[in-house]
Design a protein around this ligand. Structure first.
Ligand SMILES: [Zn+2]
Length: 366
């Protein structure tokens, strides 16, 4: 059996983080409904967005109808029922418009509607079409999707989905991080009897820290080491170019999200320019329409990204920095609020909290 070595940073943190997760679950199930019933969470949201010119941009990745699609609860999936409750709430309390439309109004010197809100999806998952779109159509809500173009035509899954599927589906109960190139010294992590959340989070963070080619090699080694996986079982398929065109023709805004979804901060200037320009050009060819928006992959920013985006004619860029955009917003540095997989009461708690408290991006990046 794999051994959990003494002093392993994952183990040192593990008990504390698991306890924190249990406390959060208790808040979600017990405390939030009680406080929400008093109307306090709702009042906090209303107060936060009452400023003239406030603009809320919410961020989703996947909308799922099967909990097995989210084996580790990493924060990128929202269950369909929760999603519909959240969309209904937005439609009732906010004025909805796409990020592109809002930026166009601002650049024409027009004000945004009161309590403006934009819905965004990153990474271009198929479930945005099959699961989220029918709900968004039912509530007549506009939205935008930001798509990494690499691997779309080849039907490839995104690299972290290969990692998640491999770790969820493996019969092994541990992983030697040195063996797969993710640690300089021998470091075995195990997830037998644990929920695995922290282990997967740690492995993904180590992968994000690697340059693009090294990251790809490490993912290949890791997947090979953990054994064959059924990627389709996780439902992590991506939208193909025809589906993107179908959505675009129906009025959905499509924006760029780089080619290979790398950690932009590790790229040289030529690589950076290639990621920003080629992804936009490929999307424009697929859609036969201009693409003006960019979402920074994983929220990582390159010091020169702003200059390259402006020089290339991008109208705006989204970050994953959490918080509300107040007038006048900086179109090249728009904040977003990540949406929790939670029923309405706990959603209102988390949403209101994020609006009043600007924080840097944390947790797992996608
Ligand atoms: Zn992404």
């Amino acid at each position: 059996l794999p051994v959990r070595p003494q002093g392993c940073p994952i183990d040192d943190e593990h008990e504390r983080r698991n306890l924190l997760r249990r406390v959060k679950a208790l808040v979600k199930q017990v405390v939030s409904p009680v406080v929400d019933a008093t109307g306090w969470y709702d009042r906090r949201v209303r107060r936060a967005v009452a400023h003239a010119g406030s603009w809320t941009i919410v961020m989703y990745h996947r909308v799922i109808d099967n909990p097995s699609a989210d084996p580790f609860g990493l924060g990128m999936c929202v269950h369909r029922d929760h999603f519909e409750q959240q969309v209904r709430y937005f439609a009732r309390h906010f004025n909805l418009l796409t990020v592109g439309d809002a930026c166009q109004r601002l650049s024409a010197g027009q004000a945004l509607p009161r309590r403006a809100l934009s819905i965004t999806f990153d990474d271009g998952y198929l479930d945005n079409l099959t699961c989220a779109w029918p709900i968004l159509q039912r509530h007549e809500v506009p939205f935008s999707i930001y798509v990494p173009t690499g691997g779309v035509d080849e039907g490839q899954c995104l690299w972290w989905d290969r990692v998640i599927a491999a770790m969820a589906g493996t019969s092994r109960s541990g992983l030697d991080l040195q063996e797969v190139g993710l640690s300089a010294e021998r470091l075995t992590v195990t997830w037998a009897g644990l929920d695995g959340h922290e282990v997967v989070q740690d492995v993904l963070a180590r992968l994000w820290a690697l340059p693009r080619a090294e990251c790809e090699r490490a993912v290949d080694r890791l997947v090979a080491w953990l054994g064959p996986v059924d990627l389709l079982a996780q439902g992590a398929q991506r939208l193909d170019r025809h589906q993107l065109r179908q959505l675009h023709r129906a009025g959905v805004e499509i924006g760029a999200h780089s080619v290979s979804h790398p950690n932009l901060s590790l790229l040289g200037l030529d690589e950076l320019r290639d990621e920003l320009v080629r992804s936009r050009d490929v999307l424009q060819a697929w859609l036969d329409a201009p693409v003006r928006g960019f979402a920074h992959p994983g929220g990582w920013q390159h010091a020169q990204a702003r200059d390259v985006l402006a020089e290339q004619g991008y109208a705006y860029a989204l970050t994953t920095e959490s918080g509300l955009n107040l007038a006048p917003p900086d179109p090249m540095n728009l904040r977003r609020v990540g949406m929790p997989d939670a029923p309405l009461a706990d959603f209102r708690r988390a949403f209101g909290g994020a609006l009043v408290r600007a924080t840097p991006a944390d947790g797992v990046r996608f």
